[in-house]
Design a protein around this ligand. Structure first.
Ligand code: OAD
Length: 257
């Protein structure tokens, strides 16, 4: 329970003084909203093969199967709401001069909770684009194009705008996330197993650049030993608790990192 988690006076004091706060999130952040995580006993990759579903070659071989999987995920995500952890991060954003979230999640829940500066490292399931001409298609347009949607202009296959295994991260989002990690006074790694690179290098970068790094997770990870402080437990419980522990005036105009 969050009530039993010991948040150090040092972290509280640092938060009260921090101008620049960076956050890195993974699937555990959305677990309490009802989105399954990828790894662990109940993880998605225990039941499905990433090489058949989250891979460009697999998509070109069998786009129908990949679309079935993403439509299933879209449906799941459409029926859920942000949790208390997402809302706590959105509230924290207005307390610090620079505040940004680098997320591996494609579920849009940070946005829906009201967070403003978000770097989407692995894309967003709500966007789709043509593999041939690059045209973007809104969900409503996609719905009219059948089970294996093709671009109206070039007849190329339309795919979800998410990063698959073996693909580059979107350069702009990645650069901004690196900049934030390198310039943060405090950096949080939340609900991620921190094993998928390059994203997982962000908290390490933040640490080497001098940030006070805090991990929030229900279990220890490869990164735990590098963290300055580990808060064991659910992000949906710990983050609201943390928010209630420190005060800072709301800042009316935030800047970007
Ligand atoms: P993982 O499934 O690898 O890790 C989820 C982490 O969240 C684990 O460390 C859990 O212990 C932790 N966790 C679960 N519930 C939690 C809760 N309520 N509060 C806090 N922590 C909790 O997910 P990611 O690290 O996000 O990439 O995985 C990284 C990438 O691997 C994903 O973006 C995806 C996947 O393959 C692509 O699809 C490219």
């Amino acid at each position: 329970m969050s009530g039993n988690v010991l948040i150090s006076p040092e972290l509280i004091s640092r938060l009260e003084h921090a101008e620049r706060v960076g956050v890195f999130t993974g699937a555990g952040m959305s677990a309490e909203s009802g989105v399954p995580t990828f790894r662990g006993e109940e993880g998605i990759w225990k039941k499905f093969k990433p090489e058949e579903l989250a891979n460009f070659d697999a998509f070109m071989r069998n786009p129908g199967l990949v679309w079935e999987w993403y439509n299933h995920r879209k449906q799941l995500i459409g029926g859920i709401t942000p949790n208390a952890g997402h809302y706590a991060l959105a509230a924290m954003e207005s307390r610090h001069r620079l505040f940004s979230i680098a997320t591996q999640n494609i579920d849009n829940l940070h946005q829906r909770a009201g967070s403003k500066t978000i770097h989407e490292l692995h894309g967003n399931i709500g966007r789709n684009y043509c593999t041939g001409c690059g045209t973007y298609y809104a969900e409503e347009q996609l719905a009219l194009l059948g089970d294996v949607p093709k671009s109206n202009s070039c007849r190329g296959l339309i795919r979800p705008d998410v990063v698959w295994f073996g693909e580059m991260l979107p350069a702009g989002e990645w650069d901004a996330a690196v900049r934030a990690a390198e310039r943060s006074d405090i950096y949080f790694s939340i609900g991620t197993s921190a094993v998928v690179y390059p994203a997982a290098s962000l908290p390490i970068l933040a640490k080497s650049a001098g940030a006070y790094v805090v991990e929030i997770n229900i279990e220890r990870t490869d990164f735990s030993r590098h963290a300055d402080e580990v808060l064991p437990g659910k992000s949906g419980e710990i983050l609201p608790h943390l928010l209630a522990q420190y005060a800072r005036p709301t800042i009316s105009s935030v800047e970007t990192h």
